[in-house]
Design a protein around this ligand. Sequence first.
Ligand code: NDP
Length: 170
Amino acid sequence: PKPTPKLTLVVAVAKNGVIGRDGDLPWRLSSDMKRFKAATMGKPVLMGRKTWESLPKKPLAGRQNLVLTRDATFVAQDAWVYTDLDAMVAAGRAMALEAGVDEVCVIGGAQLYNALLSRADRIVLTEVDLAPEGDAHLKFDLSTWREVSREEVPRGEKDDAAFTVRVLER
Ligand code: NDP
């Protein structure tokens, strides 16, 4: 039998724990967006309704988009809508198996990350070298996680800051 697809959080966080402001990202990091695309391509992506609304282009192309809301009447064009977190995770895993990919990616926002950290297998963590004002924060205790890779990325032309990409596993 095939192994259960992993649950991976893909998240960019500032030094002060901020991940969002006014329904958007508090920074522009073109180089990290490219990495995000590569890391999630072909995989089911799980997100909260506010993150769905924040996407400039909906759905994220080449990925099955799953959206969580408490509004049973919510319609998201070309995405799957769930009102139950467990049902969404189970559906994401089933889609990953079906697609032959080894992970499901949680792509935000703060509510989704904080709700799913306890069941995550892996975190792709972009640590942004900024400390902006914000209204969405991570409440992560990463002390029980081990770093499996780390890459320092210098600030590119279309980036607001340098950043470090760390992959963490249990
Ligand atoms: P989320 O994107 O996590 O969405 C929250 C919504 O999800 C809730 O309002 C609700 O939708 C639904 N929801 C949450 N939990 C449940 C549940 N248990 N059952 C059913 N529905 C649920 O919102 P946040 O405000 O936490 O985060 C958005 C912010 O994060 C934005 O600023 C965004 O730009 C940022 N962001 C940052 C990322 C990064 O890596 N830096 C990545 C992604 C987003 P409803 O209200 O419809 O009922």
